[in-house]
Design a protein around this ligand. Sequence first.
Ligand SMILES: NC(=O)c1ccc[n+]([C@@H]2O[C@H](COP(=O)([O-])OP(=O)(O)OC[C@H]3O[C@@H](n4cnc5c(N)ncnc54)[C@H](OP(=O)(O)O)[C@@H]3O)[C@@H](O)[C@H]2O)c1
Length: 303
Amino acid sequence: MILIVGGTGSLGRATANRLLAKGEPVRIMTRAPEKAGDLKQAGAEIVQGDLLDKASLFKACRGVNKVMASAHSIFGRGWEASKYVDLQGHIDLIEAAKSAGVEHFVYASAYVFGPDYESVPFFQCKQKVEHHLQASELSYTILRPTAFIESHAHDLIGKSILSSGKVALFGKGERVRNFVAADDVAKFAVLALTEEKLNGQIVDIGGPTNCTNMDVVRLYEKATGQKAKVTRVPAGALRVMYQLMRPLHPGLSQIMQFSLYNDLKDRPFDPQPLLEAYPMQLTSLEDWMVNHVGSRSASMAVA
Ligand SMILES: NC(=O)c1ccc[n+]([C@@H]2O[C@H](COP(=O)([O-])OP(=O)(O)OC[C@H]3O[C@@H](n4cnc5c(N)ncnc54)[C@H](OP(=O)(O)O)[C@@H]3O)[C@@H](O)[C@H]2O)c1
């Protein structure tokens, strides 16, 4: 049995669907089982649980051979802040997996672009959980993907352009960054959960698209056929805002800080070494839009 914590999210759901299609037994842990109706339909077992509730983690791990940790709470505040869910909750999950005799633990971390990366609290949590897992004596694979198209290109930029013709960007949006499709990351998660070749490895994963947030805006403008109204929060204001926001809303604060980090310099990723080691087709942002934004928009988007 493979337990997926965060199975209702972009990566977890894509991983679950790929595993179910291979006939693997899958258990999804979610705080809200009604969100997992499609996965139940596809054959997954659904259990209710919360990374903030230790007892539910022990229960979810019972009878499980492998665990995929693909939950996060980057936007969280109060009890849902990263320090509770992304740090302590994941440490508790690793301990629950260990005591249940789990054979292999796959952790969705995040790609490290440089030393300044650790200034963002969310990434400090990721590093600490990686270290805890590596010291745990559990067999593990750590996946370190770049920004998902689903969240960083579509949810944070494209969706608003499609629905209102407007978008607010944190920073100038003129620095190059890398986007990867969650479903491509899921291919590696499935490899890590079903074969042994990724055991003990840290796998850096990025997609074929290196572009700026403004390039994303332009693609969605082509998709709608209209110029979007773009509002930008300048870097200086972001720097002040993220610090003021930290005690009030740590999630929003770290998103601002992460945006500032992205706005400081280009942070491209070269997927070539990954593709040489694991030959596969990776999805570009344009191809993702063809499949998810709709055929009329898509043909315009890639024109
Ligand atoms: N998105 C990115 O750009 C990106 C980039 C690099 C790495 N990653 C990492 O990849 C993983 C998956 O990200 P994603 O974007 O696919 O996630 P997502 O779509 O935002 O989904 C978040 C998931 O976390 C679960 N979750 C949140 N709080 C929880 C809690 N207290 N207890 C249990 N589950 C909780 C949610 O489950 P329920 O609401 O159903 O309980 C949901 O399934 C995360 O570890 C993330 O840090 C993401």
